[in-house]
Ligand binder design. Sequence first.
Ligand code: AMP
Ligand code: GLY
Length: 444
Amino acid sequence: MKVLTVGGGAREHTIVKALSEDGAEIYAAMGNKNPGISRLSEEYLLESGSEIEKVVDWGEEKGVEMAVVGPEAPLGQGIVDALEEKGIRCASPNQAAAKIETSKEFMRDLQSRYDLPGRVEYRTFDNIEDIEDFLSHYEGELAVKPVGLTGGKGVKVMGEHLDNKKEVIDYCEKVLEEEIGGKPRLVLEERLKGEEYTLQVFTDGENLIPMPLVQDHKRLFEGDEGPNTGGMGSYSQADGLLPFLDQSVYDQSVEIIRKTLEALKDDGRPYKGVLYGQFMLTAEGPKIVEFNCRWGDPEAMNVLPLLKTNYVDLCEKIAEGNISDIDVTFENKSSVCKYVVPEGYGVDPDGGHKVDVDERSIEDEGAQLYFASVDEKDGEIYTTTSRAMAVVGYSEELEDAEATSERALDHVKGDKIQMRHDIGKPESIKRKMDNMKKIRGENS
Ligand code: AMP
Ligand code: GLY
C-alpha cells in the first residue's frame, strides 16, 4: 500500500521504518531531508506539512491510499481534513480533535465541562490587570502556559523557571505582548509536584489500546537540570510500567484517557490516531499535564519498534474505526533512547558541525539509530540547530538496554555535540523513585 507520511524528525523516521518493514511504500513529506526517511521512501517531497495544499496534492498525484502525520503543527492546521476530502484515509486526528493539543484552554475546559478525572485548577487570561489581581489573592505555585503551540518551550513553572510572583507577572506580560503560542492568551494552573510519565494509546475514536509507559527527560542537562527542551531521551520497561509506579496507576491513567476520548466524541470531535497523555503522578494520584495529538518524540522510539502487530494493518484499522478487530501486542523489552543534540541546543545552538556516525556498528550493538534534523552533504552528516539523532537500546532488562544505548553512542563522534548519559542509569532511576517516595510522604 502507498502511504503518505508527514514530518522529518526521529519520530517520523521511526514511523516510516515501522510502516516500510510492514510492507508500505512510503511517500514522505518533510521540511528537512532526513537521511533515514529518504532512504526508505519511494519518493519524498521537501515540504514541512504546513503547506497543506502542496502536500495533499502531491500525495493525491502519487496515488497514496493512507496517511500518517507525525507533528502537531499540520494536524492543527487541518491536514487530515484536507486529505480525507480527497478520499485519503488517515491514521491521525482531524483539526477538531487535534484541538486537545493545539489549545491548552480548550483541553482544560473540556476536562472541566465533562468533569473528567486527572484535571487541575486553572484559569485563562487575556490581560495583565486580571492576572495581577488574581495573583494578589493566590497563595500557591503556578504554571504559566501560552494557550497555543510552543514546541514544548513556552511553559514556565514557578519554583522551577520562575522564582516569585514578579517573575510570573513579567513572563505573563511577555506571553501576552509577544503572543507566544500565537495568541495573546494564557492559562495559569496549579503547579503539580511528582514524577512525569507518558501513556500513549492507539484509538479509533471508540476503542483504545494502551501502550507501555515511557518517561521522557525534558531538561537539557544531566540530573534534570537546565532549560526545558523538546526531550533529551526516554526509557521504558519490559513490563510496560515504570520503576516508580504500579499497575493501579497504569489502570487509572488508561481510565483518564478513556473518559477523555468519550468526552471528545460527545463534544462532536471523535479522535483517531495516537493520543498521548502527559501525566504527573502526584500525592493525589495521576493528573494530566497535557495531551498531545500524535506520537511523542522521543516516546515513539521507545515503543513503536517493539510493536509486534503489523503497523500498516493497525493504521488501516484506526483509519476505518475498527481497532477492536486487531490483536495488538508489543515485545516485552525495555528501551533507552538518548538524543544527540548540538551544543547549546534550545538556548544558543552551535550547529553545522560534522558528525561521524557508524550505522553498521550501532546495529551490530543491537541498537537502533533514528535520524532527526541533520544536513547530509557529500555523504557526510552535519548537525543543524535542532536535535540531530536518537540512539536506542532495547533489551529485556532496563540496565542492559541502557548499556546497549551507551555502546551505540560510542559510534557517534563529533565536535560540538552533547547528550545526556544519565538517562536510564540506575542512579537516575533511583533519584526518581526517591522523589516519588518523598512526594508520597514516605521519606526514604
Ligand atoms: P507542556 O507543554 O504542557 O507539556 O509543559 C511542558 C512541561 O512543563 C511539562 O512537561 C512539565 O514538566 C511542566 N509543566 C506543565 N504544566 C505543569 C504544571 N501544572 N505543574 C508543574 N509542571 C508543569
Ligand atoms: N516528548 C514530548 C513530546 O513529544 O511532546
